[in-house]
Design a protein around this ligand. Sequence first.
Ligand code: CTP
Ligand code: CA
Length: 224
Amino acid sequence: IEAALAGGPLRGRRVVVTSGPTHEPIDPVRYIANRSSGAQGTSIARALAGLGAEVVFVTGPATVPPPAGVEVVRVETAREMLEAVQAALPADAAVFAAAVADWRVANAAGQKMKKDGTGLAPALEFAENPDILATVAGMSEGRPRLVVGFAAETHDVEAHARAKRDRKACDWIVANDVSPATGIMGGAENEVTLITAEGAETWPRLSKDEVAGRLAQRIAEALA
Ligand code: CTP
Ligand code: CA
């Protein structure tokens, strides 16, 4: 294994990978979050490390354990994730596989919220979280050479993913259809379309490890 690492095509390359959900507190005992096991991001980090990359793995509270052989940075909220990613730069590439909560609770309580006996529910106010992918892709100085985002969509997958690539100014988008009928969400397999400047490529339905392996290989070619 040591020998394989030493000779891998990504040897000497540094890659930042985000993974898992973020948790946004409502009060000290409650939070809102996206559904994400962290499985795909974990597989990607493992595959990149397997090709010899120095990987910084910035993860929210995921279900699956982080891979071996990477530097793990654990965060909870989207704002913490952005800070951790910025602290991990500069890097040759960045892969944003995290399911970041789009909103945080603006009026989060410092103490546990209690039922007040009126039967009325508390009103939560939301504020938009920073877009980590767009922030890094838009860096005027020190931008990673290859910035890869994900797009989990339930309909018009390719059109939404292309629009996302343009809007966020990233190099690639790995798009997938997470509508309930596909059974992708929470499963061991994934079926993705890779959107690049050259166009769109749909890969067959593969295990998340195989998707990760292919993506890592493509990243190695792009950085070669
Ligand atoms: N992303 C991020 N920071 C955010 C939101 C999203 O870094 N605050 C990243 C995700 O990790 C993913 C990509 O942006 O790589 C696309 O996420 P997605 O939720 O599909 O895009 P959004 O711009 O949030 O659009 P939508 O309204 O469809 O959720
Ligand atoms: Ca989102």
